[in-house]
Design a protein around this ligand. Structure first.
Ligand SMILES: Cc1ncc(COP(=O)(O)O)c(C=O)c1O
Length: 426
């Protein structure tokens, strides 16, 4: 398509003014987000651009989806290539595509051998679109294992989850959320989940019954307030899973793929689960893609022709992005950069916090840093940060989440610190 001169000079998709756009959204859009009134027309690297010429540093990175930075040129090139050469369109999964097979290989071999007690012949992956779909696929795996291998009557399987968990927004997943507003009025809810305090191994063991088939947990909580579990928790879960023959599934959708300074957050404890779910950054923030990865024999046990499927799950365009995004993660050492930059940024934030009367605690690892505020209302500070051209939002109301693209440089680190200083130090 040849662009007109107006289109070439346009910032963003259309010529609509900000006011017109807000009116359209107000009239036609669901009201399910409490939005900050900034209209982003373009994004590049760690920066967002508005029509009135503002340049805003993105310290949210779409909840870790934009880890490699917005419109990473290599991922964009892979997408353009797929479209221009005619292999990007969705094709039914009833046939094979080369790009999907290559993506499955790449992601299955990126993850360390999962579920070693089930064999060491590698992993397999099952692709979906949004993260929540892969979480539900993991739930199916855990339940099927309980039914088939542990002899739990179908319908009686129980999964242990944790308080303040966040695994997405569909009915089964909100059914075991402990945040009332996520589920109020949306019943009937899905049974079969038991929530206990995050980090509590004794409570986990106490909760295990003959019907427990698995444990689903975030190796570090993102939406729940950016909490790192106590050291030894993940290792303890591994031991319990082995002792009671349960499957252990880690949700790495927000904290995986370099965000916390390791490729996978669970590597901080040197523990491997039986299954892992990935999403968001798996496609570099350009198209939806998510995946369940598990031990080859577990995948083959749980999923047979007809027992799962998805029209767009693993479609060629998404897989082309996935292959390119995993190459960028590796080639540009994003996990290492997150560890190094995150350490520097956290130390600087801690110094700001020490001089602030507003900060309760600074926590996190890599470029996943939470600043809990004493007032409990982090958005007050996030709005002030946005006025200073820095986008951040809250985690669980009380914590300012600092999770920029993993490619930020020293100047951008200082940019963040200067602005935090302005809003947090009186
Ligand atoms: C840990 C975790 N799991 C699952 C999800 C759901 O992913 P999606 O919004 O792509 O469905 C999220 C989203 O924030 C998440 O942080």
């Amino acid at each position: 398509m040849t662009l007109t001169t107006t289109q070439k000079n346009l910032l963003g998709y259309s010529e609509l003014s900000d006011k017109e756009l807000l009116d359209l959204d107000e009239r036609y859009g669901a009201n399910h987000y409490q939005r900050l009134k900034t209209i982003v027309r373009k994004s590049e690297g760690a920066w967002l651009y508005t029509q009135d010429g503002r340049k805003v540093l993105d310290c949210l990175a779409a909840y870790s989806a934009a880890n490699p930075g917005h419109h990473h040129p290599k991922i964009v090139a892979a997408l353009v290539d797929a479209l221009q050469r005619g292999f990007g369109s969705v094709i039914s999964n009833v046939v094979y595509t080369d790009v999907m097979s290559l993506f499955l290989q790449k992601v299955s071999t990126l993850v360390p051998q999962l579920g070693t007690r089930f064999g060491t012949d590698g992993n397999k992956a099952l692709p979906k679109n949004g993260g929540v779909e892969s979480v539900e696929t993991a739930i199916k795996l855990l339940r099927y294992y309980g039914y088939k291998e542990k002899g739990i009557p179908d319908g009686k399987q129980e999964i242990i989850v944790y308080d303040n968990n966040f695994h997405g927004r569909m009915i089964t997943v909100v059914s075991f959320s402990t945040t009332p507003k996520y589920k109020e009025g949306f019943g009937p809810l899905t049974p079969g989940f038991k929530a206990i305090p995050y980090g509590d191994l004794a409570a986990t063991e106490k909760m295990i019954t003959k019907n427990t088939c698995g444990i689903l947990v975030e190796p570090m909580q993102g939406e729940g307030g950016m909490y790192q579990p106590p050291q030894g928790f993940l290792k303890g879960l591994r031991e319990l899973a082995d002792k009671y023959n349960l499957l252990l599934a880690f949700d790495e959708i927000q904290v995986g793929l370099g965000r916390t300074g390791k490729t996978f957050c669970f590597e901080h404890e040197n523990v491997v689960p039986d299954a892992v779910v990935l999403g968001k950054a798996i496609s570099g923030g350009l198209v939806p893609l998510s995946v369940l990865v598990t031990n080859r024999s577990l995948m083959d046990l749980a999923f047979k022709p007809g027992s799962d499927g998805s029209t767009y799950g693993g479609y060629p365009l998404a897989c082309a992005a996935g292959v390119a995004a995993l190459d960028v993660l590796h080639d540009e050492k994003l996990a290492e950069r997150s560890a190094t930059t995150g350490k520097i940024l956290k130390e600087k934030i801690e110094k700001v916090a020490a001089r602030s009367s507003h900060v309760k605690e600074v926590r996190g690892r890599g470029l996943f840093i939470g600043i809990e505020v004493k007032s409990g209302d982090a958005m007050v500070y996030c709005r002030k940060l946005l006025d200073l051209d820095m986008l951040a939002n809250d985690s669980h109301g009380h914590t300012i989440r600092i999770s920029p693209p993993l490619v930020i440089n020293d100047d951008e680190v200082n940019y963040i610190v200067e602005r935090l200083e302005k809003v947090l130090v009186d």
